[in-house]
Structures are given as structure tokens and as C-alpha cells.
Design a protein around this ligand. Sequence first.
Ligand SMILES: CC(C)(COP(=O)(O)OP(=O)(O)OC[C@H]1O[C@@H](n2cnc3c(N)ncnc32)[C@H](O)[C@@H]1OP(=O)(O)O)[C@@H](O)C(=O)NCCC(=O)NCCS
Length: 142
Amino acid sequence: MTWRKATEADCPLLGALNHQLIADENHRSTMGIPALVERMRGFLSATYKAILFEEEDQVVAYALYHPFEKSDLYLRQFFVVRGQRRQGHGRKAVRLLFDEVFSPDSRLVVTALSHNKRALTFWSEVGFDEYCVSFERLPRKG
Ligand SMILES: CC(C)(COP(=O)(O)OP(=O)(O)OC[C@H]1O[C@@H](n2cnc3c(N)ncnc32)[C@H](O)[C@@H]1OP(=O)(O)O)[C@@H](O)C(=O)NCCC(=O)NCCS
């Protein structure tokens, strides 16, 4: 597996993959691909960075992250392409982030939706510890 930093030219691909990520994690966002592409452009022109992971020149995964507070990094999006899962790509990509992309001094934070059991298992399998549970109360309708 190889990795490279995404550029503005990758935003259409990243926006489309972000759309699949939203569907696959059953997120309540209703953003469509054009809006996600624009949002991605905004992210990358601000403080975010995206990494594309490739096998034989094919993108198999991406990660989007940004720095916050001191040396902390927030891994906002992480996605392995459909049809490429359960082959260890996610585990390899996280290993590359740890070893080659992120500073070893950084504290890494990732959040997963409570119903996304696959992600909860994945993050604990690849070296993260659960440290916080957030609660919400939705606005009342009417
Ligand atoms: C979660 C995700 C990143 C895992 O990627 P992956 O390449 O399939 O993961 P790997 O093959 O490297 O699996 C590593 C370990 O994670 C766990 N795991 C991964 N997928 C799992 C699943 N469907 N069910 C249970 N455990 C799973 C297993 O422990 C696995 O090790 P094993 O295969 O030796 O049992 C991928 O399913 C994905 O992109 N899902 C949709 C987007 C998403 O939910 N992203 C996370 C947002 S927080």
C-alpha cells in the first residue's frame, strides 16, 4: 500500500467517497455529492489534510484529518472503498498514518456513531482506546 496527500484535483473523488461514507455509516446528513465536493474543497483549503491510500494505483481508502488544540489531531473521516473491505486495507492505512503521516507526539482522536458497530470494533482493533461517550437531545418538532 502507498499513500499520497490529496490535492484540489482529488476533491471530486473525495466528495463521492464521502457520500458513500455517509450512507455506509448511516449518518443522518442529507448532503449530496456536489455539496460534499465543495465542502471538501473548503476543508483542504483550510486546515484539513486528506490522504489517499492506493494498491496498484487504485484508491482503496482515504482519511481526512485536521489539527486541533496543541498537538492533537482529529481524524474526521476514514473510509475503505466498498468491495475492498475485510482485507486488512483499513488496518494497513491506519498503520501508515501512525508510522509515516502523523507525528508520534500527536494525540489522535476519532469519533464513531454509536450504531456503527463495525467502526467501533475496527478502531479498538487498530490501537485506539474508548475515552468518551457523547449524548444528544434532538430539537422538538412543532
Ligand atoms: C470500518 C472500515 C474502515 C474497516 O475497514 P476494513 O479495511 O474493512 O478493515 P480491516 O480489514 O483492516 O479490519 C481490521 C479489523 O477491524 C475489525 N472489523 C473490520 N470490519 C469489520 C466488520 N464488518 N465486522 C466486525 N469487525 C470488523 C476486525 O477486527 C478486523 O480484523 P480481522 O479482519 O482480522 O477480523 C470499513 O468497513 C469502512 O470504511 N466502513 C464504512 C465507513 C466507516 O464506517 N468508517 C468509519 C467511520 S468512524
